[in-house]
Design a protein around this ligand. Structure first.
Ligand SMILES: *Cc1c(COP(=O)(O)O)cnc(C)c1O
Length: 375
C-alpha cells in the first residue's frame, strides 16, 4: 500500500471499544476523556494532558493559556501546516517567521535574530517526527521569560536522549488526525507540566465556565467548545496501546529507505542521530538541486504509479492570506527546503516490498529527469 504518504490503522479492538463507547450512557464529558488523558501522560511523562477536538484547537488554547494577546509576537517556522501560525493570529498576535536548518526544523540562530521585547512564545515544529533541539531554544527563551509551545503534531512517540516529546517544552501539542501517529478521527491534545497552563486550557476548552453549586455556574474567561467526545477518547486510548508497534513498523521502513538511498546520486535523506528517536510520521527526502525544476513532473509520475508522495510544506508566508498581511518574504533555507523536499510513503500498513517498489520507481523516474536545469 503506497498510494498515500501516511495513513491510519484501525483494527478490530479499536472498532470494539468505539462500539462499546457508543452503547454507553455518556457520549461526551465522561470518564473516557480522563482515561485517554492519563494514557497520554503515562506514555510521554508529562504531568497534565488536555485533549481537544483538533490540534488546531489545542494550539489556539495553548497560545491563550500561555498568555498570548493582541500585539504580542510569536516566532515560528514557515515549514509547517498553516494552523501553527493561524492560531497565533486568532489571539491577535503577530507572527515572525524564522529560517530552518537542513533537517527542516526551526533554526535557533534565526529565532534569536527575531526576538524582540514583544516576543511571547516560540513555536517550533518537530518536522516529520524529528524533535527540535529544545535545549538550544530554551537557552534563548528561559532568560527572557519567553514560553515555548511545541507543535508536535507529528511527534507523538519521538524522544531525545530518552526523554519523550510532550514534556520538553512549556506546552506541547499533538494531533490525532487520521494521518498522524495515532488517531481519534479528528482530535488533538495539549500537554504540560504546569498546572496553571493545564487549568487555563481546560477552561478555554469548555466555554470558560466553572460549576459552583447546584445550577449555579460562572463564566470566568472567554472560552470555546474544543471538547473531544468520549467515543473519540475510547478510540484514542485503544490506539495508544499500539503506538510503539506502529512506530517500530515505520522505523523498519525508514531504515530500509536510509540504506537504499545511502549513496543515491539523486537525493539526500535526513539522518536521525543515535540519541534521537523519530516517530517517522514523515520520511522526507531532499532532491538534489538539478531536479527542483522538474519536481511537479516527478510528483505526477509517482502518483501515476500509485505512489502517494507529498510535499511538506509550502511555506506559510507564501499563502496569499499571509502575503496580504505581511507582504512578500523569502527565507533562503526555507525556500531550498521547500524546493527539495518530497515525503515518501512511510506508514504501518506498508511492507518492505512496498518500500522497495517506491525506491525502484523513484530511482527510475529521477534517472529520466537528471540534469534538467539548475535553478
Ligand atoms: C496536522 C497538523 C496540525 C493540525 O492538526 P489538526 O488536528 O488537523 O488540527 C497542526 N500542525 C501541524 C504541524 C500538523 O501537521
Amino acid at each position: 500500500m503506497t498510494n498515500t504518504y501516511s495513513r491510519q490503522s484501525i483494527d478490530e479492538d479499536d472498532i470494539k471499544v468505539v462500539c462499546d463507547a457508543l452503547r454507553g450512557d455518556i457520549l461526551t464529558g465522561g470518564s473516557k476523556v480522563s482515561e485517554f488523558e492519563k494514557a497520554l501522560c503515562d506514555y510521554t511523562g508529562a504531568k497534565f494532558a488536555v485533549v481537544m477536538n483538533s490540534a488546531t484547537a489545542a494550539l489556539h488554547a495553548g497560545y491563550l493559556a500561555l498568555g498570548v494577546q493582541s500585539g504580542d509576537e510569536i516566532i515560528t517556522t514557515p515549514i509547517t501546516f498553516a494552523a501553527t501560525a493561524n492560531t497565533a493570529l486568532m489571539c491577535g498576535a503577530n507572527v515572525k517567521f524564522a529560517d530552518v536548518l537542513g533537517n527542516g526544523n526551526i533554526d535557533p540562530k534565526s529565532v534569536e535574530k527575531l526576538i524582540s521585547p514583544k516576543t511571547k512564545v516560540i513555536t517550533p515544529v518537530d518536522l516529520g517526527g524529528f524533535p527540535v533541539d529544545m535545549d538550544a531554544l530554551n537557552l534563548l527563551a528561559k532568560s527572557r521569560g519567553i514560553k515555548i509551545l511545541d507543535d508536535a503534531s507529528h511527534a507523538l512517540g519521538s524522544s531525545i536522549n530518552g526523554k519523550k516529546v510532550g514534556s520538553l517544552a512549556d506546552a506541547t501539542v499533538f494531533s490525532f488526525h487520521p494521518i498522524k501517529p495515532v488517531t481519534t478521527l479528528e482530535g488533538g491534545a495539549l500537554l504540560t507540566d504546569d498546572e496553571e497552563i493545564a487549568t487555563k486550557a481546560r477552561l478555554i476548552r469548555s466555554h470558560g465556565i466553572i460549576k459552583k453549586e447546584a445550577w449555579n455556574s460562572d463564566m470566568i474567561s472567554l472560552g470555546y467548545n474544543y471538547r473531544l467526545s468520549d467515543v473519540a477518547c475510547a478510540l484514542g486510548t485503544s490506539q495508544m496501546k499500539k503506538l510503539d508497534k506502529f512506530i517500530a513498523k515505520r522505523d523498519e521502513i525508514a531504515k530500509f529507505y536510509d540504506a537504499k538511498f545511502e549513496k543515491s546520486p539523486y537525493l539526500s535523506t535526513i539522518k536521525i542521530p543515535a540519541n534521537v528517536k523519530s516517530s517517522h510520521h514523515l520520511y522526507p527526502v531532499l532532491l538534489f538541486r538539478e531536479f527542483w525544476c522538474a519536481k511537479q513532473d516527478i510528483y505526477e509520475e509517482l502518483h501515476a504509479q500509485n505512489i502517494g508522495v507529498q510535499v511538506h510544506y509550502k511555506p506559510t508566508y507564501q499563502f496569499s492570506f499571509y502575503k496580504n498581511l505581511y507582504g512578500e518574504m523569502s527565507l533562503p533555507n526555507v525556500e531550498d527546503f521547500y524546493r527539495a523536499e518530497l515525503s515518501l510513503p512511510c506508514h504501518q500498513l506498508m511492507s518492505l516490498e512496498d518500500a522497495n517498489f517506491v525506491v525502484e520507481k523513484l530511482n527510475e523516474i529521477l534517472a529520466k529527469f537528471k540534469g534538467c536545469k539548475v535553478i
